[in-house]
Design a protein around this ligand. Sequence first.
Ligand code: NAP
Length: 237
Amino acid sequence: MSGRTALVTGGSRGIGRAIVRRLAEAGARVVFTYRSDEAAADELAAGYDDVVAVRADQADLASLDPMFAPVRDGLDILVNNAGIGPTAPIAELTGEEFDRVMTVNVKFALLAIREATTVLRDGGRIVNISTLNTVLPAPGLALYCASKAALEQVTAVAARELGPRRITVNTVSPGATDTDLLRASNPAEALTRAATLTALGRLGRPEDIAAVVALLVGPDAGWITGQNIRATGGLLI
Ligand code: NAP
């Protein structure tokens, strides 16, 4: 990854943090975003020579400008990782909540891809993080599943549009992965059940997902595009 520049959204915690570490340790220059956890972002950036943190709240589309400012001179990898997963039954949903989740999870990511097309070098890579829940839905996840399903479709179309420039665009869909988001939206018993149902017998770790992203953005994955890689340890087979 030496000489390559990556932009990763939501790098301060969880899966995004593991992706930042993985790419930085492989030698990439990494710019990553965070929304609120400045201390975690600063601590991560301080651990590397060429890792930069930028505050960017995906609920506010004006964040696109500061996010792309450090990569205006060229980009090789965009990872749309940041996302939210609030839970509520459909009976309690509001139009405002629809707009918020759709903006953070798909509208911002789509516009980030649009921006990226102006700075990505030919042969670049885009990875969008979705979820196994788009094929394994659960009560309370209507907006989460709808927004991630939309992101999967954006991925497929972008793969067709950017293929002529040898830019690959793929989805990585994690299963139950041990992060703040997972623990905030599930009771402990559900996590134990998920581990039991997983073929490999445990919850995913953020590093498991980062490894799959590293594979897709690496030199050997140039022929993989428009795919949805379900990195779940075999939670659904
Ligand atoms: P997490 O632990 O909650 O971390 C979320 C990250 O995204 C944080 O860095 C957070 O920044 C950032 N973020 C949240 N809202 C944001 C916003 N409005 N604007 C900009 N950044 C924002 O989540 P995670 O579990 O690592 O999830 C990462 C991705 O994987 C998400 O897209 C999620 O849907 C997907 N996923 C996760 C699982 C799982 O089991 N964990 C399963 C399937 C898919 P701050 O820390 O600064 O707030």
